[in-house]
Write a protein of this length. Structure first.
Length: 85
């Protein structure tokens, strides 16, 4: 799960789109970029359809890509907190 609070291009405001992460100063959810890319849309089409700038779209894509470079969390040992029977 991405920590979108670390991405300056987006915001989550209670009462605005139910607190969903949106592009800063808009009501456009960040998810529209990824949903539409997955559906085959181009970045240019997404920019046109949702009135976003190339910088806005690039910022969320780059943030998501950088998060993939983060080291994975260590696996949880289910026996770590087990109680002897």
């Amino acid at each position: 799960m991405l920590d979108w609070s670390q991405c300056a291009a987006v915001e989550s405001v209670p009462g605005k789109r139910s607190g969903a992460w949106v592009f800063r100063d808009t009501r456009t959810p960040v998810s529209v970029v990824f949903d539409n890319l997955e559906a085959g849309a181009s970045i240019a089409e997404i920019m046109e359809w949702f009135h976003l700038s190339r910088e806005q779209v690039a910022a969320v894509i780059e943030f998501a890509a950088r998060s993939l470079d983060a080291p994975p969390a260590p696996p949880i040992d289910p026996m770590q907190n087990a109680h002897p029977i």
